[in-house]
Design a protein around this ligand. Structure first.
Ligand SMILES: Nc1ncnc2c1ncn2[C@@H]1O[C@H](COP(=O)(O)OP(=O)(O)O)[C@@H](O)[C@H]1O
Ligand SMILES: [Mg+2]
Length: 413
């Protein structure tokens, strides 16, 4: 706990209790900007809060900036995907960097992001923004022609996804021409990209002054369901290469401050390809995993790296060494019930007695029917594991992903 107050005030864009606590612990004077309806409760608790509709494009950011400037804010820190461009617009003025807003927009459009990465010499798939089914069909055919596929061959996959989305919402794999016809016309425009093979993983890099202060490698065991941080030895061995790729990204996107969460693919030849990058708190409780594995408060880390006024000495003292500072491996598993009617919770001893098990956030559900989800949707709870043996943690998260945690009504559907 620090006892000094940092200069000026910062604005936290988005509702995050962990970040508010981190700001308090670091001695920040702060304002939170939250969606309408959330500010009153916070004000009652003595927290300086204003509301803003981040997902409404018609509002002008000048109004938000004026309010924050009147309150004495000098910096905006984005916490969620939809706050990123607002932070860019605000910080362009607060930090007197006119291009900052445009740079943040690159991070909010998957096509622009890929193009910028490619222009900077980063390896990406072959991609195109497609406005209509006919464009996608042409792209799919051209990719397969380029691969000299003939009738009877298995075709190359193409991935499509909305230009602005997160959490795999709207992501589809095109395997045949018929798959194209199944996409609703109003889902377009989409980004189409050739398949990137290999092992997918993410990084969480805390950047300050354009320099990586700390980088975690997070291994997806099963994307969207289970992961281990830091990565197990095979992937961890690639850390120097991964670090170079992240440095390349930082340079390409001219990222000076804050946390970035890129995703990469490592192919069988050991080459990296870039998936995408976000400039906010990562999903899937990755911050909790890093905190458990390395023992520092990731939300404090986010604020310290987002703030240009943080002295380098403070960052040096704050972050542990990426390798020797590791206290163990933290893994988690997001629980999604299988479709059907759920009537209760059933946590088996096999979980609670597992040597790596730490805690879970499953709760007793009201009886209900599980609806089909889009993207990763909302999980029903998370299981957390920790251990010194990376393989044991990895095996645990992979195993419990398939365990049934809910009681079910007999075929009431
Ligand atoms: N070109 C691709 N090659 C292989 N897998 C892909 C490709 N595009 C998307 N995916 C898969 O779909 C997931 C979601 O796509 P991504 O671009 O990360 O969007 P989101 O913002 O929804 O996370 C990726 O994590 C990856 O597993
Ligand atoms: Mg992604």
């Amino acid at each position: 706990m620090t006892t000094f107050t940092r200069p000026g005030k910062i604005a936290l864009l988005g509702y995050s209790i962990e970040t508010m606590e981190a700001a308090q612990a670091l001695g920040y004077d702060f304002v939170v900007v939250v969606p309408p309806g959330f500010e009153e409760g916070l004000q009652k608790e003595g927290i300086n809060a204003i509301s803003w509709e981040f997902d409404k494009l018609s509002q002008d950011s000048t109004h938000l900036r004026e309010q924050l400037q009147a309150l004495g804010c000098r910096l905006a820190v984005p916490l969620y995907e939809e706050c990123v461009e607002w932070a860019g617009a605000l910080n362009a003025v607060f930090l007197d960097e006119p291009r900052l807003f445009n740079r943040t927009l690159l991070l909010r459009d998957k096509g622009m992001m890929k193009r910028k990465a490619q222009l900077s010499g980063i390896r990406v798939g072959v991609f195109e923004e497609v406005d209509a089914p006919a464009d996608l069909l042409r792209f799919f055919r051209r990719v397969n022609e380029a691969q000299s596929r003939i009738e009877g061959d298995e075709l190359d996959l193409v991935h499509v996804k909305p230009l602005r989305a997160a959490g795999s919402v709207g992501h589809r794999v095109i395997r045949t021409e018929e798959d194209v016809a199944e996409i609703p016309v109003d889902a377009f425009p989409l980004l189409a990209e050739t398949h990137l093979g290999g092992q997918e993983f993410s990084c969480e890099a805390f950047i300050h002054g354009g320099k990586i202060q700390f980088m975690n490698v997070n291994e997806y065991v099963h994307l969207g369901y289970s992961q281990v941080t830091p990565a197990t030895p095979d992937l961890e061995a690639q850390r120097p290469k991964i670090r170079k790729a992240v440095e390349q990204l930082v340079k390409a996107f001219d990222i000076r401050y804050g946390v970035i969460h890129p995703e990469f693919f490592l192919d069988a030849e050991g080459e990296l390809a870039f998936g995408e990058v976000a400039n906010r708190v990562p999903g899937g409780h990755i911050f909790e995993l890093i905190q458990r594995a390395y023992g520092f408060d990731t939300y404090q880390a986010l604020l310290l790296s987002a703030d240009p006024l943080t002295p380098q000495a403070e960052l040096d003292a704050f972050f542990p060494d990426e390798v020797s500072g590791r206290q163990g491996y933290a893994g988690n598993c997001l629980v999604f019930p299988k479709p059907g009617v759920v009537t209760g919770l059933n946590v088996p001893d096999e979980l609670t007695l597992h040597p790596c098990f730490e805690k879970h956030s499953l709760f007793e559900p009201m009886a209900h029917k599980v609806i089909k989800r889009t993207g990763f949707g909302n999980h029903y709870g998370t299981l957390f594991f920790f251990g010194e043996d990376p393989q044991e943690v990895r095996d645990a998260v992979a195993h419990f992903e398939d365990v049934e945690f809910f009681q079910r009504a007999a075929q009431l559907t």
